[in-house]
Design a protein around this ligand. Sequence first.
Ligand SMILES: *Cc1c(COP(=O)(O)O)cnc(C)c1O
Length: 497
Amino acid sequence: MAKVPGTKGLNLDESLIFERSRKGRTGFSLPVEDQDLREISTSHVPAPLERKDGLDFLPSVSEVDVVRHFTRLSSWNYGVDSGMYPLGSCTMKYNPKISEAAARRPGFANLHPLAPESLSQGALQLMYELQQFLAEIGGFAAVTLQPAAGAHGELTGIKMVRAFHLDVHGRPRKKVIIPDTAHGTNPASSALNGYEVVEISSGDDGVLHAEQVREAMDEEVAALMLTNPNTLGLFEEHIAEIAGIVHEKGGLLYCDGANMNALLGKARPGDMGVDVLQFNLHKTFSTPHGGGGPGSGPVGVGKVLEPYLPVPVVTHKGDRYHLDNDRPKSVGKMRSFFGNFGVMVRAYTYLLEMGPAGLTRAAELAVLNANYVKSRLEKYYHLPYKKICMHECVLSDKMQKANGVKTIDIAKRLIDLGFHPPTIYFPLVVDGAMMIEPTETESLESLESFVSAMKQIAKEAKTDPGIVKSAPHNTRLSRLDETLAARNPVLTWSKHD
Ligand SMILES: *Cc1c(COP(=O)(O)O)cnc(C)c1O
């Protein structure tokens, strides 16, 4: 029996629900069959529920066994609702519960996806207005809500880029330029659309320079894919000049907008010369995520790409909302029905709750919190780029390596101290990177307690490196073979294992 985190060393019974099974034990009670009543009507009184042959694989357990089983399992997990979750690039901020309540409203949750337009007006209005809000926030002419996640949004965006070149230049062109700081989904989305990926390096100051782009840019380049702020948490300050260079050769500028937290109400990618961008509603606009979904990756486009938007597009005429499928240049349908509608309801609710002033304040606090953490930790951890950062900051293990303590050890030790680790070993351009995104929803007190955990680990790395290298010490399981776990997940219980 191992210790369970958060139980202060208490030994908890780890047995699975199946192993708790005792013949004859049940979690329900029904009235004894009423014989008199049964004589009157056999249909109203249930015969005693008896386990039939063939159902004996189900555990025989009491209600309290079941409740304790699931409560115990939930305590083995860690989420934003349990504590700070500074996973860089993922924007694991607190998501207001009102967004959940709105998504669960029966009118939204039970609406059949094949309901006709006339019976879906409320849902269509919400989608139409969300398109408008996102277009306004990003500075775009139009938005599609179809893609189911960020990477799917990238796939959709680059598909539109391809359709544009085919239509306007008669050929799709061959290459997409991507800087070395990019998220791995960027080259994947380009390759899936049949493009060759050309990697270019950012400057010593962590941002892309016009020179690099000018050298790589020619008339075979369909698009440059940029992330701004980039994955080092730095603002791509030459973006307007870069956009000019790309456009001069007939290319388009794609911006990966997965993390819009630093820009909300402050700057609009469309105004920076960006032609197409995906938003991750599940990062910036309030949806709990992680563990595989659900997500939503709407794509905003400038005027030039509008004809290629996926169908259907939600339109508004008079006082009615419509699904427009009559778009001859469209790239087609990207997702069944309307996309992940529940995530759209959450984003819409969040936007109404925050309003323009609230969103702007969120951006300010996201940037302030990241810079606070950076300034408090730069004495203890190597800071590769000494600049003001945006919504996240990147540190490395350079100072701890002398004592044999690496980023992975620091991350594991943070678990002992009650925190979800930051993103590690990404971006690839920083050796031993730790990418910390505190988000705007953390208070000064919680930032301080994260800082003091990180300071404690830096101190231990000097005085007692063994304790860091053998962490975590009080989790149910210690270091897992993550590759094996991902490739060969064991997701079901079997009595033969
Ligand atoms: C999260 C993220 C993505 C991918 O988004 P998914 O919803 O996970 O597909 C792409 N780019 C960046 C920069 C991200 O942080």
